[in-house]
Design a binder for this molecule. Sequence first.
Ligand code: SF4
Ligand SMILES: [Zn+2]
Ligand SMILES: [Zn+2]
Length: 306
Amino acid sequence: MRCQICRGKASVEVRQHHAAFCPNCFVEYFLKQIRRNIQAHKMFSPTEPLLLVVSGGKDSLSLWDALLRLGYNVTALHLDLGIPGYSDRSRETCKSFAAQRGAELRIVSVDEEFGLSIPELARKSRRVPCAVCGRVKRYLFNRYAVEGGFTTVVTGHNLDDEVSALLGNLLHWQTGYLARQHPHLPSTHPKLAKRVKPLYTLTERECLAYALIQRIPFLAEECPHAEGATTILYKEALNHIEEASPGTKLAFMKGFLKHKDLFKAAEEEVKLKECALCGQVTTEDVCAMCRLRERIGARVKISKRG
Ligand code: SF4
Ligand SMILES: [Zn+2]
Ligand SMILES: [Zn+2]
């Protein structure tokens, strides 16, 4: 197998593009894809202050590495979820990457914010950890971005994450979610940062190859609560299809974005306001996070009022 750019010995096969690269040309290809996604969807400009959410896994750390190499103005944020063992290892992985690259990392602890960790919040509210975790993440990422003067929240969702969410939304005809699924969700309120996903065309395998070539010290372990999640089932199903027909995932994603207007009617006209308790953006008088906090008696830090 020869590299399609330099004709040297290829070691990474990118089946979705029927291509193969040597390590150096693969890195160039990966960076080019990210730059192209950022430009094609007008995600952000080269100087905008970006807040990149990092978990310590291969996707977010590869994106962090790539954005630094591409010269973007990026600060990373790690949310310590308080999940025994796993959260300590995630935090330490992020810290060692930041130290290795001399990059800026901020760490926020869910326990310090709410007085309870994710498993405790889940137990007290009688919800599954992922449901509580998703809500807490959306709330804290946005609040931290707005208060810190960041225009954009960047996440490391890759093509596999995006197509598995898409399949789930289609299987259950979640038309409201389909209307909002996009690699660039613009800000619609001064207290709402825009959200972007520059890796949305790159597969999990490509992110892994990039992380290995760049010697990124990522955490290979998954969150213990991810086990058995339906998204894993959807990812497995899509992997079977991709195996038989390479390029299906990318075509599925791109086709959806092309036909996205089909779901426009499901896009609800929501009027955003500020939560009466914490000042964060919400559609209700009191935001979902404050309602949860009140119900279970958790603490919340009151944000700076703008
Ligand atoms: S698997 Fe669930 S609990 Fe774990 S980080 Fe993801 S959303 Fe949070
Ligand atoms: Zn090459
Ligand atoms: Zn609130």
